[in-house]
Write a protein that binds this ligand. Structure first.
Ligand code: CP
Length: 308
């Protein structure tokens, strides 16, 4: 289907060509970024009901670099602020005949719901705690460029797993591509059904990081913890925050990742985050544009083929 809603929309055969295409876009972007015309005459609408810096900006840049026209809407400046529902908003935009709707929403399943209501392609830019598939794709691209192949890597995803759509999409995609994935966090922030995700679960950073090639840190998603026991950030850093000492428990040469936004001194120490010899965090941001160009270009080609 011509949507990208979940890491499960990909498989072990479709991922490598998508990453190859993204690699080509990395080269193109590094050469000075004149627009291509792969999406000339196409319209992409960015519809973000939750805050974003990386995802919204990179989808916008990606679409423009492919030659598309882009419109961005946020709840603060759109008629959502006057009470219009998600579905009515989508139906209104659909009547303007966009080609792609990029949606971020706080409700799990929002992008999938919209995909049934509109005639254009829908890309999930993060739905509640459910999925953030383009983040997982850009993370995979960053890892493939750093290690050559993710098959056989041991990747630790650490911190607030329970509220993380990044964790869910990364577990699905990394496992699909042959990586071993561990989840490390306090029992209150690891979902009760995590043992069914096909990952090893650890509640101790020292034990969990032993033998890991990659340490992916996650932000405490305080906005999704209403009514829950919110950990003290100082205590959290002491036990779960990644600093130089904890990183030394992982394999020599281990790489550090973070989807952003980072809360320095909470889940990660600046000393580690800013050390470019270990940190892939800025690479992840760069790969975000290329990975999203690959997704938009692929959806665009598929739609053209379907309508031919
Ligand atoms: N990683 C990520 O989704 O960042 P933003 O919330 O800034 O888009």
């Amino acid at each position: 289907r011509d949507h990208f809603l979940s890491a499960g929309d990909l498989n072990a055969a479709t991922v490598p060509p998508l990453l190859d295409l993204a690699d080509a876009f990395v080269d193109f972007n590094r050469q000075g970024a004149k627009a291509l015309d792969l999406m000339r005459g196409r319209t992409v609408v960015n519809l973000f009901f939750e805050n974003s810096t990386r995802t919204s900006a990179s989808f916008e840049i990606a679409a423009r670099r492919l030659g598309a026209d882009v419109t961005a809407l946020s709840p603060r400046t759109s008629s959502v602020a006057k009470g219009e529902t998600l579905i009515d908003t989508a139906a209104t935009l659909n009547a303007m005949k966009p080609d792609v709707l990029v949606v971020r929403h706080g409700a799990s399943g929002a992008a999938a719901l919209l995909s049934q209501k509109v005639g254009c392609a829908v890309v999930n830019a993060g739905d509640g705690r459910h999925e953030h598939p383009t983040q997982a794709l850009l993370d995979l691209l960053s890892l493939r460029r750093a290690f050559g192949d993710v098959g056989g890597l041991t990747v630790a995803i650490c911190g607030d797993i329970a509220h993380s759509r990044v964790a869910r999409s990364n577990v699905a995609l990394l496992s699909m591509m042959g990586a071993r994935v561990r989840l490390i966090g306090p029992p209150t922030l690891v979902p009760g059904d995590a043992d069914r995700w096909g990952c090893e679960v650890f509640h101790d950073m020292r034990k969990g990081l032993r033998g890991c090639d990659v340490v992916m840190m996650l932000r405490l998603q305080l906005e999704r913890m209403e009514g829950a026991l919110v950990p003290s950030t100082r205590e959290f850093f002491r036990f779960w925050g990644l600093d130089r000492e904890k990183l030394a428990w992982a394999n020599p040469g281990a790489k550090v990742m973070h989807p952003g936004p980072m809360n320095r001194g909470v889940e990660i120490d600046s000393d580690v985050a800013d050390d470019l010899s270990v940190s892939l965090i800025q690479d992840q941001v760069e790969m975000g544009v290329a990975a999203r160009m690959a997704v938009l270009a692929t959806l665009s080609v598929r739609r053209e083929e379907a309508s031919a």
